[in-house]
Write a protein that binds this ligand. Sequence first.
Ligand SMILES: [Zn+2]
Length: 274
Amino acid sequence: MEWLDGARCVVCLTFDLDADISWRNILRRHRIERDNPVVLSQGEYGPKAGVPRILRLLKTHNLKAGFFIPGEVAERYPETVMEISGDGHEVGHHGYSHRNPASCSLLEEKEELEKGTEVLEEITGKKPMGYRAPAADMSANTLNLLSKHGLIYDSSMMGDDVPYAIATENKKIIELPIRWILDDWVYFGFNYFPPLEYQSGISSHRKVLEIWSDEFEAVYDEGLYFMLAMHPQIIGIPSRTKMLEKLIQLMKSREDVWFATPLEICQFWKKRMG
Ligand SMILES: [Zn+2]
């Protein structure tokens, strides 16, 4: 498959900046009404320490990435969002309060979309064009709402090796698929309390680098698309950002790799499909 300017494969680096609100939602899901400060602080690490380190890495390698940010996180960390956007990275929609869309009524889901867009547009000056579903779930209304709302791509599904179009009641949505083996949370996500989630242990960096490198090599051989979905609170710790750098170095050692933002891939794909 040929990508932009004859590139053999495309690489897309994305980061979901959930901060502490996904942890708050996990506590609520377990009917814990109290905001456990230790649990929440794991998420606060993302905008505070993870993002600056990731931005430094991206700058060093002259790469542009996509950051999916819930509106509520953007409201609380506007400087972080401005810095991300100011560095030329794409800021995408990730809900407002990171609520699972499937747990929302139609009206609530609409509000989540509208509020999320409003906040991001106010801070970055740009309307988000793409969406990643919070909590990796969707309602029966989600795709129709995205399209009605002017979003042109989604990056939450796992149905193919390359982008694909999904029909909605309105315009088609371009899907930029992700896959669990290219997600940092599944290897490194850990929490002590509540004990029901994320206690599978913490993977070795070598193991994850091996899996991601092998996947890149295979994707490169087949001329496909490599979408990494990460979280600043997970990948942003020193040794893991270093691991990501090793992967970037491997990918950059191939000359015909196109590093692109999600929106650039979406636009390329739309043109290609006519
Ligand atoms: Zn998220």
